[in-house]
Design a protein around this ligand. Sequence first.
Ligand code: PLP
Length: 380
Amino acid sequence: MIYADYNATAPLRPEARDAMLAALEVGANPSSVHGPGRKARKILEKARSQLATAIRAIPQDIVFTSGGTESLSLAIHGVVRKLDYDCTLLVSAIEHEAASKNAGYAGANLETVYATDDGQVDLDGLRQRLAKWDTKAAGLPVLVLMLANNETGVIQPVSEAASLVREAGGLVICDGVQGLGKIPLNVSMLGVDYLALSAHKAGGPQGAGALWMRSGAPLLPTLFGGGQERSLRSGTENLSGIAGFGAAAEAAAGDMETMRTIGWYRDRMEARLVSEAGVTIFGRKAPRLPNTSNFAYNGFKAETQVMAMDLAGVAVSSGSACSSGKVKRSIVLSAMGASDALAECAIRTSYGWRSEETDFEHTAEAWLEALRRRNMKETA
Ligand code: PLP
């Protein structure tokens, strides 16, 4: 089977697996003061350092969580509460539901920042909105903007957006989940205040994540209990998951050359699909993650494509893989101005550390064959 669904979950890196098994062997609580507890603490802090190095941060600014969704939840609800609801969340139209739904439930004012047809947030629109910002009426501006989109791979102009928001005295919460391990990350260069991360998109295990926060950035905890993670996220840490996260982040950050090669294979695959079938590639004109290709062929329904590809031994997903496994209309493609008819025909392929050149060739072959069969049926 060719696995082309890394943006849903990347296969576990061997480095992560080894670190997880070693952590499981310890079997102690990192908060315990005895020897085994101290051993567990050492593993936890090693992972924190590994992740910090991967994003060019300092370890003390990282809070471990259960994943990207929880990190976004902590950042969004924690900021809104700390600001006593005196803020407006400016949420980009292409955010993952982990960000947009938490923003929706946060109890603060909410505004949408629209996207361009290329799939990037509309910086001019943001600039204009901030230029007439009335803090008395709207409170502090808090931008919620992802680093790279999970469906299209389009990389967002985060540092430009962040400097606009900073000039207006506001804060930026960034969903970095799809960026980690695919493009080099440097929190200072991004200029954001909070960065949400998840292990399983970078070759770590599911169920581990982190929130990086700028030192001194306002935040109230949303989970209360034993006071772990500087009291910002109580609850015994998922030690093996976190150990795997640290090891995966380190391995991925040191493997950017593979990602560059993958980008080259992806471009070649897309060139073939365009020349032989005239597919529409979403976000092609914008900077994109090297591993992602989201394309559509008008009239060829995504569900049919996904099933045909599965039968041909290629695992892909339609638009955004949602938890129910059902296909729903893509908010992202709609925000980019795609018609519903075309968006319903979009599939996402995404690759990663274990992908090989032949995976891209087989994806193209399988898809072109599926199209030929479908066309034959149509004309029969
Ligand atoms: N943000 C983005 C952009 C994602 O793609 C995902 C997962 O699909 C999440 C957040 C949620 O991360 P997690 O699955 O770790 O909760």
